[in-house]
Design a protein around this ligand. Structure first.
Ligand SMILES: [Mg+2]
Length: 390
């Protein structure tokens, strides 16, 4: 089997004004993704999705990565990943067994494009094998616990908001603890108290600071939240500050989670080196696709660190994350977004199998197991402009 063509199609999912939530990132006006199609000479097409600015990703795929992948056999997925990552020195890198990455491909939008192509390659590879991706990766389970990820309400309404997620059946829920409109520890604690009232004592509660606090404030907040039985404190400080995150971790009994903004196993290796985390949250569409996230899962498992894949984006990203969760032994929970996201929920002909107890079930169809709806490209046509306004 040979890859004949790689295509990248920018997509957008505008958010109606009454559903736009405001966080420290700004007001979310749309969600973007780049659909990646890997077409083979056997008539099989794999789908993937990349994070990052769609016109930029599309240009990288069209002019750089796509032509390098054409002619390769998708069953050689490790080889294709290494070829994209190492660029002009791919052959010597593989001969010597030592990475020689192309400088721009180590992280950022180019790695996001590599990740998107890798997802599509695994889709087509598993289709050719006639099995779901998670079985091609090495299946460990068919079901994983999901957690409801949302929690933007700015005050006591957090009680109803988070309580609503628990009422849907989720046994774990996550809320944002920073906002655009003024941060204070007191306000955070009040919102967390409200959330705890809403969900009761038994449902797990996680908090996410989007990597926006300075170390002393994050420590103060963590200590103030300790009485509310927090399952993890996510991204307390900047993702660049692994040492500072370790300092926060040492200062609190709340487990620390991070990794959604990290690229490749090297990013996670640094987090491990600094003893900066308890739960790793790689994003399959950012960290390097299935090929690299598998290495990250192995690396973190050697420290008994659990995996909670970050899964915030298109349906393709969520589908890929389901397969990661079913194939990584150290994965214990999967993010299920509660934002306004038709491009996640209404992209495919097949619905996601999320049961009333909040569990996510694997599809038993070959490949990723999901097919694009006939109107998907028209409905989610790309719209110029940023995803957030300020
Ligand atoms: Mg997060």
């Amino acid at each position: 089997m040979k890859i004949e063509r790689v295509r990248a199609i920018p997509m957008s999912d505008p958010v109606p004004s009454q559903r736009q939530h405001r966080t420290d990132l700004g007001t979310k006006v749309k969600s973007d993704a780049t659909l990646i199609l890997v077409e083979t000479d056997r008539g099989l097409t794999g789908i993937g999705a990349a994070l990052g600015s769609p016109p930029v990703v599309a240009a990288i795929v069209e002019h750089e990565l796509g032509p390098e992948v054409v002619g390769e056999d998708p069953l050689f997925s490790e080889r294709i990943y290494e070829k994209m990552y190492n660029g002009s020195r791919a052959e010597p890198a593989l001969e010597r067994g030592v990475p020689q990455p192309e400088v721009s491909r180590r992280s950022g939008v180019v790695m996001e494009a590599i990740a998107g192509i890798d997802i599509a390659i695994w889709d087509v590879k598993a289709q050719a094998l006639g099995i779901p991706v998670y079985q091609a990766l090495g299946a460990v389970r068919r079901v994983v616990r999901g957690y409801a990820s949302g929690g933007w309400a700015s005050g006591d309404e957090a009680e109803a908001e988070l309580g609503g997620y628990a009422a849907k059946g989720f046994s774990a829920v996550k809320m944002r603890v920073v906002g655009r409109d003024g941060f204070s520890i007191e306000k955070c604690v009040r919102r967390v108290q409200a959330a705890r009232r809403g969900i009761g004592a038994r449902v797990e509660l996680m908090v996410d600071a989007h990597g926006s606090l300075e170390v002393p404030v994050a420590i103060q907040l963590a200590r103030a939240l300790e009485p509310y039985d927090i399952a993890w404190f996510e991204e307390p400080v900047s993702p660049e500050n692994h040492r500072g995150q370790a300092e926060v971790r040492r200062a609190t009994t709340i487990p620390i989670a991070s990794g959604e903004r990290e690229f490749t196993r090297y990013g996670f290796q640094s987090l491990l080196h600094h003893d900066a985390l308890d739960i790793a949250q790689p994003d399959v569409a950012r960290a390097g696709g299935f090929t690299e996230i598998r290495r990250i899962a192995a690396l973190t498992s050697a420290r008994d660190i659990r995996l909670a894949p970050h899964a915030w984006g298109s349906g393709i990203l969520f589908a890929a994350s389901i397969h990661v969760a079913m194939a990584a032994a150290n994965c214990h929970i999967l993010e299920v977004s509660q934002g306004y996201m038709p491009m996640m929920w209404e992209l495919f002909n097949e619905p996601f199998d999320i049961r009333p107890d909040g569990t996510v079930h694997a599809p038993d169809r070959p490949g990723l197991g999901y097919t694009l709806r006939a109107d998907a490209l028209e409905r989610f046509k790309y719209v110029e402009g940023p995803e957030y306004t300020f």
